[in-house]
Design a protein around this ligand. Sequence first.
Ligand code: URA
Length: 165
Amino acid sequence: MGDIEDLAARIRVCTLCRLHEGRTRAVPGEGPRDAKLFLVGEAPGRHEDEVGRPFVGAAGKVLDAALVTAGLTRGDVFITNVVKCRPPENRRPRADEIAACRPYLVAQVHAVRPGALVALGDTAVTGLLGPAADLSTARGSLPRFEGIPVVATYHPAATLYNRGL
Ligand code: URA
């Protein structure tokens, strides 16, 4: 499906599902094209939709802090979402929206060829591994997507609602 910039250009004008109708900007994702680590979130929120970049709101602050704790910065990782356009009222993406957007995610993984994927939350787990997968099973079991290990963990926003996570 092409290189990472071609994909981003196609995502920005995509009309494959209903989510394009309400977006301000699509959010293709960003990071080095040779990143070793590839992070997958759920969907853009309000701030992301406004600026066209992933994880720039409150969840992004949690993510940035977690990266620092891991000895990483944004510049070290590729970050994207299962769906590239903001769902209305930040509802969870629907199965048909995830399916419509999935070829972009798969093509991004193929373009970057990371050593590991990090699935941030349940939608990322099912978006990568399919509808039968779930976060609680994937967490700690290191499933694989096309041979690439998938580290499944909580979505950064979940830790804002439940500090115990
Ligand atoms: N939550 C996500 O899953 N992705 C973003 O880009 C922002 C918030």
